[in-house]
Design a protein around this ligand. Structure first.
Ligand code: ADP
Length: 527
């Protein structure tokens, strides 16, 4: 690779690809961190919602506790209370609350405030219930003591008690204080399912709105209450115990997608974007690199071209000046020798003219200004003319030069001068690149919808890898190292240009050291 191209490649890599790589790696790592942050924020949000539900349920029961406290203060005598009408309306304030019990201390007698009941067995049941409560209180002495301490500090706390199966419902304990300063242990027996349905359900709907699904559930009892649409316990993304009913949980889930889905989607979009960016950058670098490489190569080729052309111009010029000076000094005595010198001068002037012409044609072609003048002609005639004008000259040089024509070729529309120039260029090359086997043939013929003229030689041939490139401007096989034949590298590009202007094709078959065949195909007239 050229030194300049290498340097540019290194600069490109340092300037674009390295920062891009850093950016990509940085983006990837920060992506992961961002995802973690998002996950945390979502999770915190869900937590906050669960917290608010818990807070709400605690506020409700706390409010109940205050009401019960006040009610007790109004009842001076505190035996089992069963004053039907008052009690009924009292209880109606607390949906899902089934029994309230009161005791002066953990081991004192249990008193109940119960609703009226038709059941005959009811009183019997109450006896059993009292026994159970007594057991529970003595088992949870620690909690009772703690509640008392809180109360002494002026703070009424509610504590859920894990109950055995003898009691139907969950117990919430708190300490109340009479106006005289007497402290009593009070318990509320609440049905959690009823509580969820009657009290929590509107709250759940309110906080869930359209965005979340909230569910109160108890795995052991296979119980589940949902804020709205059904969803399975397994789909719950985050859950917490209900403060007031520890054996119940409250769970939350995003409607539609899970947090993982959302985070994953975001991550995938981001990674795709970063990937796309990287690909675009790499593509950009590659395109820039290719263009620069091409430009550098073209600059190299152009400078080769200048030196090649100057050399091509210098050879005939120096011959002309040498022979004309010799003639001028009158050193040549015989007329025959003089004639030979004149002929050399005119030959070289001719050659010079041809080189200048082809450069002019080339520059016209490059500027897109070359005009073509299509006329109805016989391709055979054009080929024949080139053959005739070259025959003598080539045979002098020791070539076997022949033409084989297909007489059936019809008239086609071509620019005679341009086609003849193309054939001349091919013949010139055939001469230049012939080695010991000096044999050139011009062949005309038909192939599909084309008429063709072909120039074949037995020269040095063109390696397969270069066969596609010889028609590029300034291209010379091996940049003039493989063979030391002079040339400017524009002849075949002119040929290609001429054929293209005729909407024709060029075919090349060549084998190294065996020879080359260039076939120019021109489309037959439509009719
Ligand atoms: P140049 O002035 O170098 O001959 P051309 O455009 O005519 O430029 O040809 C391009 C290159 O193709 C030549 O440099 C030569 O290497 C190769 N080439 C062209 N014609 C022949 C041929 N008949 N035999 C072998 N090589 C050829």
């Amino acid at each position: 690779m050229n030194k300049t191209v290498k340097r540019i490649l290194v600069i490109l890599i340092i300037l674009i690809l390295l920062p891009a790589a850093f950016l990509t790696i940085n983006e990837m790592t920060s992506l992961n961190q961002n995802e973690e942050v998002i996950r945390r924020i979502y999770s915190n949000q869900l937590d906050a919602i669960l917290y608010s539900v818990n807070q709400y349920s605690e506020d409700v029961v706390s409010d109940w506790a205050s009401k019960i406290d006040k009610f007790h203060d109004e009842l001076d005598n505190f035996d089992d209370v069963e004053i039907s009408s008052t009690i009924d309306s009292f209880y109606s304030q607390f949906p899902s609350l089934s029994i309230i019990f009161v005791a002066d201390s953990a081991d004192s007698e249990i008193k109940l405030i119960v609703e009226q009941n038709e059941d005959n067995n009811f009183l019997n049941k109450l006896g059993e219930f009292k026994k159970s409560v007594k057991n529970i209180l003595s088992e949870n002495q620690l909690i009772v003591d703690r509640l008392l301490t809180y109360k002494k500090a002026g703070y009424r706390k509610l504590e859920p008690i894990i109950t055995d199966t003898t009691i139907d419902g969950s117990i919430l304990l708190f300490i109340e204080e009479s106006p005289e300063g007497l402290k009593r242990i009070t318990g509320m027996v609440i049905d959690p399912k009823e509580f969820t349905y009657r009290i929590l359900s509107p709250k759940l709907q309110e906080v869930a709105r359209q965005e979340f699904l909230i569910s109160v559930f108890n795995r052991e009892e296979n119980y589940q209450f949902n804020s709205s649409k059904d969803f399975k316990v397994g789909e719950v993304q985050q859950s917490k115990s209900l403060w007031i009913f520890p054996d119940y949980e409250i769970g939350i889930s995003l409607v539609g997608q899970t947090i993982e889905d959302l985070v994953q989607q975001r991550a995938i979009t981001n990674i795709l974007l970063v990937g796309l960016l990287t690909v675009v950058l790499i593509l950009g670098v590659w395109i820039v690199y290719r263009n620069i490489k091409k430009e550098v190569e073209l600059a190299q080729i152009k400078s080769d071209f200048v030196s090649n052309v100057s050399h091509e111009l210098r050879t005939p010029l120096s011959l002309i000046s040498m022979f004309s000076e010799t003639l001028e000094m009158d050193r040549i005595k015989t007329e025959e020798k003089k004639k030979e010198y004149y002929s050399i001068i005119s030959q070289e002037a001719n050659r010079l003219g041809k080189i200048v012409n082809s450069i002019l044609n080339f520059s016209k072609m490059e500027a897109g200004k070359r005009q073509f003048n299509f006329v109805e002609s016989y391709l055979n005639d054009v080929a024949e003319n080139v053959f005739r004008s070259y025959k003598f000259h080539l045979e002098q040089k020791g070539f076997t030069f022949s033409i084989v024509k297909d007489e059936s070729i019809p008239i086609i529309s071509i620019d005679e001068e341009a086609v003849s120039e193309a054939i001349v260029n091919l013949v010139d090359n055939a001469v230049k690149y012939s080695d010991s086997k000096k044999e050139i043939t011009i062949l005309t013929g038909m192939q599909n919808n084309f008429a063709f003229v072909e120039v074949e030689d037995r020269g040095i041939g063109i390696p397969p890898k270069d066969q596609g490139k010889v028609f590029e401007k300034f291209f010379r096989v091996g940049s003039g190292n493989v063979h030391n034949i002079k040339g400017s590298g524009i002849g075949l590009s002119i040929v290609k240009h001429i054929v293209d202007a005729h909407k024709g094709k060029v075919e090349l078959s060549s084998e190294v050291n065996k020879g080359s065949k260039f076939r120019l195909l021109f489309p037959l007239n439509k009719s």
